[in-house]
Design a protein around this ligand. Structure first.
Ligand SMILES: [Zn+2]
Length: 238
């Protein structure tokens, strides 16, 4: 099992680790700060320096498979098990993703609080994202109103708190039940929660900024219908 350092410290951008498996251009590590794709957040990119090799490997994609985190490199690995490596995350890209991911939580928290509407899906890339809502009607006026409300939450400078709770404890939190925590597979013993204090609480594996003011300005750049009770909002983070 790879220890996911980004789960407890989203601001960690360099780390040391050991290679636990090699398969062509893919390597698994005992610990990593690279975020593996999941929950709508794309994987990190960056580099891996290997003991005894002068040329660093570029990390192109990161994914989690059966508890192991696999890093796809720009070329076949010329090293073997147990080798020490030093990883450096492309921080500019990751920090944009943190701001964007938190912007999406501000958006769904605000829309649930003010309109009682739930999210049906979402996706993001650095500084751009979309989110779908269980809504019958969507208008330019609504989009404008939402934009004002989410930026008020950015300005409110709300802290973001991440916790890892035993499953039983997490299941007692009413806010988490609404976000379908009950669909978690029974073998998941711990639940990671991300709380925007006073606004939103969800079970979430993503990396977030520490305070909403770090997000910057959120612009609603589009709205469209994706079905009778499914409407989409597109945002840009500036
Ligand atoms: Zn999320």
């Amino acid at each position: 099992m790879t220890e996911l350092l980004c789960q407890s410290d989203a601001y960690l951008n360099e780390f040391d680790a050991s290679v636990t498996a090699v398969n062509g251009d893919q390597v698994a590590l005992d610990r990593t700060a690279f975020y593996p794709r999941g929950g709508g957040q794309p994987s990190d990119a960056g580099i891996l320096r290997v003991d005894g090799e002068s040329e660093p490997y570029r990390v192109l994609e990161v994914k989690k498979q059966a508890g192991e985190v696999w890093h796809r490199l720009d070329r076949a690995a010329a090293f073997s098990l147990g080798v020490r490596v030093h990883g450096v995350i492309d921080w500019e890209r990751r920090y944009k993703l943190m701001r964007t991911h938190t912007a999406l939580h501000i958006l769904c928290g605000t829309i649930f609080r003010d309109y009682g509407v739930s999210v049906t899906g979402g996706d993001m890339e650095p500084l751009a994202a979309r989110m779908d809502f269980e809504l019958e009607h969507m208008s330019a006026t609504f989009a404008q109103e939402v934009e004002e409300r989410v930026n008020a939450e950015v300005a409110a400078a709300r802290d973001i708190r991440v916790k890892i709770l035993p499953r039983e404890e997490a299941f007692k939190i009413p806010d988490l039940i609404r976000t379908k925590i009950n669909l978690l597979p029974p073998d998941i013993r711990e639940v990671r929660t991300v709380e925007i204090v006073g606004l939103d609480l969800q079970a979430d594996g993503g990396t977030h900024v520490a305070n909403t003011r770090e997000v910057g300005h959120i612009k609603v750049v589009g709205h469209e219908s994706k079905g009778k009770i499914n409407k989409r909002l597109r945002i840009a983070v500036e």
